[in-house]
Ligand binder design. Structure first.
Ligand code: ATP
Length: 318
């Protein structure tokens, strides 16, 4: 997949402190099911915001309301400064990959994209150039002339991504973009998101791949049964969750026993034994371990990971 510079440029540059999207009091019910419950969310311009949440937590419904594909039961949506009846005016600047009416099964991927290109108000003249460039960019050039009907799930995802990136956008919304993609496809999506971020394009993506979100996102929002549990700058959230130390040792069980005997609530963690902030600082921890005859290979400050934060947030709330 090669980068096509012309398709990474944002159509308009937003002031640094502007919001690409803003929702207030957003709610959606389907009969007795509350899919999204009174959500307030800001998506800063230039952010890459990862929307996380267990199955059925309301991510897709929120995204569909943001894009005007589903009408909210209550609340307001502002997209690139447009709201209410003006919302459609923002849509040419918004690229989206969402589940929905698919592509024409009997046309090739390329012909499907040519139809999309014909409907783009900002494209005219020879549509084959932007279509071929974006097919290359999403790694679909080789399969471009095959019928959509025969595409694998991953190829369909790549074509959806291509449609979202067909023209320069200010906001790109991707609902589970790596769904069905192989590891190479996942890396391609990561690269496309990084290109968009470098070009100043705001990206909102939903995903279950926490490591991917941690790698590419600047911000996160965590939903649980329709409620927004937390939203904000990813690094700040992780820093606030960090603390304590991790001890690398071959004697994990003995280390846990020794630390607990010394009053520190130690537990098994990746890389050894984690000791949360508490009565013992690093020197006390090392002294307790050495005193108990436990080998200490390394002691370092514990850095929080999104997976840990997500698990704790969603399990605490469940
Ligand atoms: N059209 C619909 N009719 C009835 N219920 C719906 C509809 N769309 C969504 N729901 C319900 O709303 C809730 C939120 O669903 P949604 O698809 O937004 O969650 P999600 O977080 O995107 O889930 P997943 O991670 O599984 O894709 C679920 O309980 C779902 O069953």
């Amino acid at each position: 997949m090669t980068a096509a510079a012309s398709t990474t440029e944002p159509a308009t540059t937003s002031p640094a402190d502007a919001l690409a999207a803003r929702v207030r009091g957003l709610r959606k019910t389907f009969g007795a099911t509350v899919a999204v419950d009174d959500v307030d969310l800001d998506v800063p311009a230039g952010a890459v915001l990862g929307m996380l949440g267990p199955n059925g937590s309301g991510k897709t419904t929120l995204i569909r309301m943001l894009l005007g594909l589903t009408r909210p039961t209550a609340g307001t949506v502002e997209l690139l400064g447009c709201t209410g009846a003006d919302l459609p005016a923002a849509l040419p600047d918004v690229g989206a990959l969402v589940e929905g009416p698919g592509f024409h099964p009997f046309l090739s991927g390329r012909d499907n994209l040519l139809r999309c290109a014909a409907a783009e108000p900002r494209l005219d003249g020879d549509l084959r150039r932007p279509v071929d460039a974006v097919l290359e960019r999403v790694g679909l050039a080789d399969a471009a002339r095959r019928r959509y009907r025969g595409y694998s799930l991953g190829m369909k995802q790549r074509l959806g991504l291509a449609a979202a990136l067909l023209v320069p956008r200010r906001l790109v919304v991707l609902d589970e973009p790596t769904n069905g993609l192989d590891p190479a496809g996942t890396r391609d999506v990561r690269r496309v998101v990084a290109e968009l971020r470098e070009a100043g394009v705001t990206v909102l993506l939903s995903s279950h791949l926490l490591a991917e979100v941690e790698a590419v996102c600047t911000h996160v929002a965590v939903l649980q049964t329709g409620t927004l549990l937390v939203a904000g700058d990813l690094r700040a959230l992780l820093d606030a969750d960090a603390g304590g130390v991790v001890v690398s040792t071959p004697d994990v069980d003995d280390a846990i026993l020794a630390l607990r005997a010394a009053g520190a609530p130690a537990y098994r963690a990746e890389g050894g034994v984690a000791v949360p902030p508490g009565p013992l600082e690093a020197p006390g921890i090392v002294a307790a371990l050495v005193g108990a005859g436990v080998a200490v290979w390394e002691v370092h400050r514990r850095r929080a990971h999104l997976e840990e934060l997500f698990t704790r947030l969603t399990e605490e709330d469940a």
